[in-house]
Design a protein around this ligand. Structure first.
Ligand code: F6R
Length: 646
């Protein structure tokens, strides 16, 4: 459901002021949004078919359009949607880039769409990353001409880069720019490294349709999912038109539809501070959000906010509806105070009516699901420790092997170790020696684009297994409470994973059935729409749904933590677990056990700090945020939100 049509999610009763300079539709999640876009495209294709006409689609790559393509493929297979009358032009391609390379957009388009539908291969156009340098200008000119000859683009799909690029039109691109060769921005290359062996392998250039070429399309869909896009989306939609944010040029186009999920829309005024845009439906959650916002804005703790502060910052409405600032402040202060608890498993023999967790049963069974082998200690190492110390039966379940995130040199070191140990102790058979030598030779000769052979993936998985076990043991678990699920969806050896399958969900269900937990902790990262965390969470939700008839499940509460990348906003936190300086240091030691992820992990994301540093700074930041609202000063805090099934 579009969230404006959803009475529970909709904040605004009446819109008074629109800060958005483009039409925007916000959806609960990217799947629903993508289905909606796919439906519109299918409708247009079918309409043209009825008239015996061709339709020209402008297509994008990257994570944003993937679910649209998946839905179009489903419609082709199940609903007879034909692509016989489709001509396609892709936005861009890296340069240089052979078609068959793992990272080529040519390959991407065939894997996600063209190989599964009945489009005529002659109607597919994707910029060619192999054209000789001295012919690129002519090639680009011709690409542009072919679009015109086909009648111009009817529907253009676009993603947006964190630089604000559309296609590969980076900051500085001009409004009428045509198809051409461009240089990629540093941030774009950095973001692209997840598909390559590292940033150094990402090409410096690309061939892209220009802003002007995109502008000629009759209808444009701009898609964005995830919190990491929220900032640039706000600039493109509410900011001034500027070459610094090429997507802002779309404000001049007569027919653009911006399609967002909730996370990508987070920084739009109507979401961040809806009271500025209109008259609000003041739910308790929204009031809490407004008071926390006001406290930040005025630099005062909650209990010092006055009627004048509310009035000055455009929140007079709230005062009119809620009597006065004094009572309002106390109410919200108490609400937030009740989220703070050093008893994440519930405090035995205490009145739990104002506590985040139930007092009973005093000893709870807990499963902590960790998508990668280190998320448990990075994201909730302090709470993990407390649960163990407070006598609960804690199980930790590592959902994936995490094997792609180990450096080749680490795998080589272990393979050589096994070989040398075997030779020294004369404990290896001929076959073992042969296998290990094969691994050593593979790793010594591996080229950056080569995929790992299964034996290497196995070593890498075992390295992470050992580290995870060390971290969990350090926290106080014995081996019987440490579970490695190795969910199959992850095992591709590539960053691109398989879709979630029954086998994945069954692994979660089996463990849940075995433990019958009172508490489940899961990574609730919704920022990365295509990331492993999201898939791992979907698997837990699905397992929960399939087990919904089980009596024990009614007593099972699910707490969501966030991964290494960002934290819950304070007004959403439902349980905040404080940590002392010693506890924080202990958490750091548990993270240290993950040696393969130290210094320069293969997938650091867009943050140069080590994982323990990010975790500590984030936990300190949460404590600081509580303190600034007027609560006690803690060293650090871990935060959780409770997920309640519909
Ligand atoms: C892709 C393209 C780029 C991407 C943008 C967003 O053909 O031209 O503009 O759309 O970089 O990428 P994702 O969707 O991966 O975040």
């Amino acid at each position: 459901m579009d969230i404006q049509e959803n009475p529970h999610a909709g904040y605004l009763k009446y819109e008074l002021k629109n800060f958005e300079k483009l039409p925007v539709k916000i959806w609960e999640d990217s799947r629903e949004a993508s289905k909606h876009v796919a439906k519109s495209i299918a409708l247009a294709i079918r309409q043209r078919q009825q008239d015996g006409e061709m339709i020209v689609l402008g297509l994008a790559t990257g994570s944003s359009p993937i679910k649209v393509y998946e839905e179009l493929v489903r419609m082709h297979k199940e609903e007879n949607l034909s692509f016989k009358n489709v001509i396609s032009f892709n936005l861009d391609e890296y340069y240089p880039m052979p078609k068959e390379a793992r990272q080529s957009y040519w390959r991407f388009m065939h894997e996600y769409l063209f190989d599964h539908v009945d489009i005529d291969p002659n109607n597919i156009h994707i910029p060619d990353g192999t054209v000789a340098m001295d012919q690129v200008a002519d090639y680009c000119h011709n690409y542009e001409k072919q679009i015109d000859l086909a009648g111009g683009i009817d529907i253009q799909l676009l993603g947006i880069g964190r630089t604000g690029h559309i296609g590969f039109n980076e900051p500085g691109a001009w409004e009428t720019s045509p198809t051409r060769m461009v240089r990629l921005d540093h941030l774009t290359r950095h973001d692209a490294q997840k598909d390559f062996q590292g940033e150094d392998d990402v090409p410096y250039r690309a061939i892209t349709m220009g802003v002007g070429s995109i502008f000629k399309a009759r209808t444009v869909y701009l898609l964005a999912w995830g919190q990491h896009k929220a900032h640039i989306i706000q600039q493109a939609i509410e900011g001034e038109i500027s070459t610094a944010v090429p997507a802002s040029f779309l404000q001049k186009h007569p027919n653009v539809k911006v399609v967002l999920d909730k996370s990508a829309a987070e920084e739009l005024t109507r979401m961040r501070a809806p009271w500025k845009a209109g008259i609000c439906n003041w739910t308790d959650d929204l009031i809490c959000k407004a008071v926390v916002w006001l406290s930040g804005k005025s630099g005062k703790p909650i209990l010092k906010l006055t009627d004048e502060d509310y009035n000055e910052q455009g929140l007079s409405d709230l005062i009119i509806e809620q009597a006065n600032s004094y009572e309002l402040n106390i109410r919200i202060f108490n609400r937030l105070q009740h989220t703070i608890s050093g008893w994440p498993g519930g405090k035995p023999n205490a009145d739990d009516s104002k506590r985040p967790e139930r007092a009973l049963p005093a000893k709870k069974r807990v499963i902590l699901f960790s998508p990668h082998p280190d998320d448990d200690v990075i994201s909730m190492g302090g709470t993990f420790q407390r649960l163990v110390d407070q006598g609960h039966e804690v199980h930790v379940a590592y959902q994936t092997s995490g094997n792609i995130a180990v450096h080749d040199y680490d795998a080589l070191r272990y393979a050589e170790f096994m070989l040398e140990f075997g030779e020294t102790e004369k404990s290896l058979g001929d076959q073992d020696v042969k296998n290990l030598k094969k691994i050593v030779s593979f790793l010594n000769n591996k080229k950056s684009a080569d995929e790992d052979i299964p034996e290497v993936r196995s070593i890498k998985g075992l390295i992470r297994r050992g580290e995870a076990r060390a971290g969990a043991r350090f926290t106080g678990l014995d081996d019987a409470h440490i579970h490695f699920l190795d969910m199959p969806f992850y095992e591709t050896g590539k960053t691109r994973k398989k879709p979630l399958g029954d086998a994945d969900i069954h692994l979660i269900m089996e463990l849940m059935e075995q433990v019958k937990p009172h508490q489940v902790y899961a990574a609730g990262d919704l920022a990365d729409p295509h990331g492993t965390h999201r898939v791992c969470l979907d698997a837990i939700f699905e397992a929960y749904r399939r087990l919904s008839e089980k009596a024990w499940l009614k007593d099972c509460w699910v707490w969501l933590y966030r991964g290494a990348w960002h934290e819950w906003p304070v007004h959403e936190i439902e349980m905040a677990v404080p940590m002392s300086p010693q506890q924080l240091r202990k958490k750091r030691q548990a993270i240290y056990m993950h040696q393969s992820q130290k210094d320069h992990p293969p997938f650091p994301g867009d943050d140069s700090r080590e994982f323990w540093q990010r975790a500590e700074e984030r936990n300190r930041e949460t404590a600081r945020a509580y303190r600034e609202l007027g609560f006690a000063e803690y060293e650090a805090m871990e935060a959780f939100v409770r997920w309640k099934p519909e």
